[in-house]
Design a binder for this molecule. Structure first.
Ligand SMILES: NC(=O)c1ccc[n+]([C@@H]2O[C@H](COP(=O)([O-])OP(=O)(O)OC[C@H]3O[C@@H](n4cnc5c(N)ncnc54)[C@H](OP(=O)(O)O)[C@@H]3O)[C@@H](O)[C@H]2O)c1
Length: 310
């Protein structure tokens, strides 16, 4: 496993992190008991994963609760990144006056006294362009020792530019995968500023495993694609298969992101021991440059000017 330094921390972040949206989340994925979730997280730690991404809104607080139980004994080795903006009771609340209270709620669920980082969970452009006092409040939370670093979770290069130009964020979580690429020039600018870049949705919500097709029926949060969206994704996966000569694309999807030096951590969403063990194995794969170039070329010729919906 490779590790990277993490802002304002003495701990090292594993490049393969753990996306915890799925932990205990029966609403959007198949059911998982608290005990199963705890076992999954403990197994991740045992295998060297030190970066965990969560949020109060994931499984109505259950994701943070499971992490709290599972990470109690290893707290000083692991990095917990949580979010602000969507509360455990389902309310969206971006009021800067609520930040401190929301942090305390997260700390209670996580059974800890500090967060390694807190990021704003898809904030509006007014916040990203520095027109509000959110980053002042975050700085205060840092001075109080409640959080060690702060930043944002965003989706696009436009938001990345706004964040880098207008905020002192040191952690930026951004949608990044083979189907949602961002020029390395922008990622390198972030790296030069000492920003940790976290690649979220690295498997394109599972599509880049290669296991779905246009007829796959999704429930929960993934019931959002039209037949045409699914057909387009399937056809793109077929093209990736032609390059890789492999049916299972997960290794290449993770390897592609790992090859981008400016990316600190990759956080596939994990809800089974099989996923975890496979991802740990695939995290060792180094993608050859020739294959990486084919993946970039496919994005530039078929997706860049006609982006896929999330
Ligand atoms: N706004 C935000 O801040 C935001 C938004 C989205 C995600 N996130 C974070 O990013 C993490 C990852 O995003 P995501 O879960 O939406 O998308 P993702 O990581 O791209 O895809 C997750 C899905 O991929 C499949 N999968 C995972 N490992 C696999 C493996 N080894 N082999 C085959 N399939 C595998 C599973 O699908 P099946 O269930 O079909 O098996 C899983 O549900 C989340 O857990 C969360 O921590 C943050």
């Amino acid at each position: 496993m490779d590790y990277r330094v993490y802002p304002n921390s003495k701990k090292l972040a594993s490049r393969l992190g753990f996306g915890s949206w799925q932990l205990g989340n029966a609403e959007f994925w198949s059911p998982m008991t608290e005990q199963e979730g705890v076992m999954l997280v403990k197994e991740a730690v045992k295998n060297g994963i030190t970066f965990f991404d969560t949020a109060p809104g994931y499984a109505s607080g259950k994701s943070e609760v499971i992490l709290g139980i599972a990470l109690k004994d290893s707290r000083e080795q692991v990095i917990i990144n949580s979010k602000f903006g969507h509360r455990a009771d389902g309310r969206s609340d971006f009021s800067s006056a609520s930040i401190e209270e929301a942090i305390h709620e997260s700390l209670d669920r996580l059974q800890t006294s500090y967060l390694d980082s807190l990021i704003l969970h898809n904030p509006g452009k007014d916040i990203l362009s520095g027109q509000t006092d959110h980053f002042k409040v975050l700085k205060k939370m840092q001075e109080k020792g409640l959080i060690l670093a702060y930043g944002v979770s965003i989706d696009s290069v436009e938001e990345l530019k706004l964040t880098l130009e207008n905020t002192d964020s040191l952690v930026i979580e951004i949608m990044y995968n083979v189907f949602h690429q961002i020029s390395e020039e922008w990622l390198n600018q972030a790296k030069e500023k000492g920003v940790a870049i976290i690649a979220k949705v690295p498997l394109d919500s599972g599509w880049l495993s290669g296991k779905y097709d246009q007829f796959t029926v999704f429930t929960g949060i993934r019931d959002r694609w039209s037949f045409d969206d699914k057909k387009r994704r399937f056809d793109l996966c077929q093209k990736l298969r032609f390059f890789t000569r492999d049916k299972n694309l997960t290794k290449y999807a993770l390897g592609f992101i790992k090859s981008i030096d400016a990316i600190t951590c990759i956080i596939p969403g994990i809800h089974s021991m099989d996923h975890l063990l496979m991802n740990l194995e695939f995290a060792e794969y180094d993608m050859p440059d020739s294959l990486k170039k084919q993946f970039i070329k496919l994005y530039e010729s078929e997706i860049k000017n006609n982006p896929l919906p999330w």
